[in-house]
Design a protein around this ligand. Structure first.
Ligand SMILES: Nc1ncnc2c1ncn2[C@@H]1O[C@H](COP(=O)(O)OP(=O)(O)OP(=O)(O)O)[C@@H](O)[C@H]1O
Ligand SMILES: O=c1ccn([C@@H]2O[C@H](COP(=O)(O)O)[C@@H](O)[C@H]2O)c(=O)[nH]1
Ligand SMILES: [Mg+2]
Length: 206
């Protein structure tokens, strides 16, 4: 595993020069982050980067970190920041866009601090999909996408990690006035109406 690149013009110049809009999309497992990001992409022209999807693609690619990532995902654990941040940086740079929904990251305080240090970027705001555990559990158990972590044992571990490690990140940004909290326990269309209000008519594609 390599070290995290430090913030400087050579490694991050193109990222910083574009001064991208970054929205962190957070919420418990199964709260509907991916579902709503797809809607936001459609309406507002953002690029959706799911950290979990990038990690799963890394496993499939046969990367040297693949086995480690796979084991951590099976246990619901958080992959080291340096791995996830490198994948995000690469995806941002390859996208050609300047506005991003970063879904499911940062997952803990270390992720958050490392991302800000490496990229020099703070999110414009944080979209937080708030949903009760019973509803998230129901959704995950009927998702049927063949995810190795959608079983009750791993789901419980993921809920625990969310409460202990990810909620503090949301609280950190809340204290800075950056959190836009949405009641995600409603039908998809209603949740999206609330999300639309956050992004606002000014950024909607014609
Ligand atoms: N508002 C909703 N009402 C009912 N079902 C929903 C709603 N939003 C999403 N779902 C369904 O719940 C499941 C989980 O949704 P999704 O994959 O978007 O969640 P997620 O937050 O990205 O989960 P994860 O953190 O595990 O990646 C999917 O099967 C999706 O179709
Ligand atoms: O920043 C991240 C994002 C994800 N993980 C690991 O992946 C799984 C699945 O993530 P989803 O967002 O539900 O797709 C998660 O439980 C972690 O094990 C990560 O380590 N860091
Ligand atoms: Mg998801």
């Amino acid at each position: 595993m390599g070290s995290v690149e430090t913030s400087n013009k050579d490694t991050n110049g193109s990222l910083l020069n574009k001064n991208p809009t970054i929205v962190f999309v957070l919420g418990g497992p199964g709260s509907g982050k991916g579902t709503q990001c797809a809607n936001v992409v459609e309406h507002f022209g953002y690029t959706h980067l799911s950290a979990g999807d990038l990690l799963r693609a890394e496993i499939k690619s046969g990367s040297e970190n693949g086995t480690m990532i796979q084991n951590m995902i099976k246990e619901g654990k958080i992959v080291p920041s340096e791995v996830t941040i490198k994948l995000l940086q690469r995806a941002i740079q390859e996208s050609g866009n300047d506005k991003f929904l970063i879904d499911g990251f940062p997952r803990n305080e270390e992720n958050r601090a490392a991302f800000e240090k490496v990229t020099g970027i703070e999110p414009t705001f944080v979209l937080y999909f708030d949903c009760p555990e019973e509803e998230m559990e129901r959704r995950l158990l009927s998702r049927n996408q063949g995810r190795e972590d959608d079983n009750i044992e791993t789901i419980r571990k993921r809920f625990k990690v969310f409460l202990e490690s990810s909620l503090p990140v949301i609280n950190y940004y809340d204290a800075k006035g950056k959190v836009r909290k949405i009641d995600a326990a409603r039908p998809v269309e209603e949740v999206f109406e609330s999300a639309k209000a956050v992004f606002g008519p000014k950024t909607e594609k014609a």
